[in-house]
Design a protein around this ligand. Structure first.
Ligand code: GLU
Length: 317
């Protein structure tokens, strides 16, 4: 049987929320229960949201919680590098590959042009989506004649690569936790896969890395459930087998509506981060359980399982 491999893939956009710790714990316990590997991958392709020190924070927080990766930027491993910003060459090759299929196209629309269309839709009381219904009236390699696309490329016009969402397909999907559900592709839009600086977006980099790193189970927060259809279609476009998916419930606000936020923590007097974090830009300090005097065992007991037990799973094969 194929070896179980599970990844935790945080973005270094700030400190790791206790909900993130819980996701990492489930990833880790599932992998260890199956005699598999637990991989930590840093998803840092969104340079605009990158926060200095967040990656180190994530590593230290996981260490404090007893969740030690088998493979990570720090621990290395057979599928290194584990930091997406260092995997650009890999993504470039796959961008070339998907552009040869009928699942992707080049889009030359400027942000101003898209804003104008968005406004036009809003004025009519509609919501704009870049999709099957609007694709032909926008500036892309699906709507423009080949010579025009070539001259735009020759003139070094900036472009993004978009996913060409198949028309009117009902996808039957299975989530390990939620069971079967269906999505019609006409409800989804043509997501950007590669930005105009050549960097892949989360969606594209994520499926490439999960494939390259031989991930068998994607266990992540439920906010990613709406992206599952796109991800399954991306695997299809690349001719790869998709992993299995499990979307975990989130830790909610005390009133039950929406994700638990730092503001809820401040209001009710408890931290939402395992360790204290000082934002290098704003200087704002977010409280942490460790600095507030909680032992890691107490914190992890609240999240699901104390580190003394979590650590003992590490060598289970
Ligand atoms: N980088 C994404 C996040 O920070 C990962 C989502 C996933 O696990 O696919 O939430």
């Amino acid at each position: 049987m194929e070896k179980v491999r599970v990844r935790f893939a945080p973005s270094p956009t700030g400190p790791l929320h206790l909900g993130g710790v819980r996701t990492a714990l489930y990833d880790y316990l599932f992998a260890k229960n199956k005699g598999g590997d637990f991989v930590l991958r840093i998803e840092d392709t969104d340079t605009a949201r990158y926060v200095d020190g967040a990656e180190e924070y994530i590593m230290e927080a996981l260490q404090w919680c007893g969740i030690i990766p088998d493979e990570s930027p720090k621990h290395g491993g057979p599928y290194a590098p584990y930091r997406q910003s260092e995997r650009r060459d890999i993504y470039d090759a796959y961008t070339g590959q998907i552009l040869k299929t009928d699942y992707a196209y080049l889009a030359f629309d400027t942000p101003e042009e898209l804003d104008a269309v968005r406004k036009e839709f809003e004025e009519r009381g509609d919501v704009f989506a870049y999709n099957f219904a609007t694709r032909q009236r926008l500036r892309n390699s699906e709507s423009l004649p080949d010579e025009e696309v070539r001259s735009l490329l020759d003139a070094k016009t900036p472009y993004v690569v978009r996913f060409k969402m198949p028309f009117d397909r009902t996808m039957h999907l299975t989530d390990i936790i939620r069971g079967n559900f269906s999505v019609n592709t006409n409800t989804l839009d043509d997501k950007v896969l590669v930005k105009n600086d050549g960097m892949p977006t989360y969606h594209f980099a994520n499926i490439i890395d999960d494939h390259e790193m031989k991930i068998t189970h994607v266990i992540r927060g439920e906010e990613w459930l709406p992206s599952m259809a796109l991800h399954v279609l991306l695997y299809e476009a690349m001719g790869w087998e998709a992993p299995q998916f499990a979307h975990l419930s989130l830790i909610l606000k005390p009133e039950g509506k929406g994700k638990l936020s730092k503001r809820d923590g401040d209001k009710f007097g408890f931290p939402v981060f395992p360790l204290q974090f000082k934002d290098p830009e704003t200087g704002n300090v977010s409280a942490g359980y460790r600095e507030d005097g909680y032992l890691p065992d107490a914190f992890m007991n609240m999240v699901g399982m104390p580190p003394t037990i979590v650590r003992s799973f590490r060598w289970m094969k």
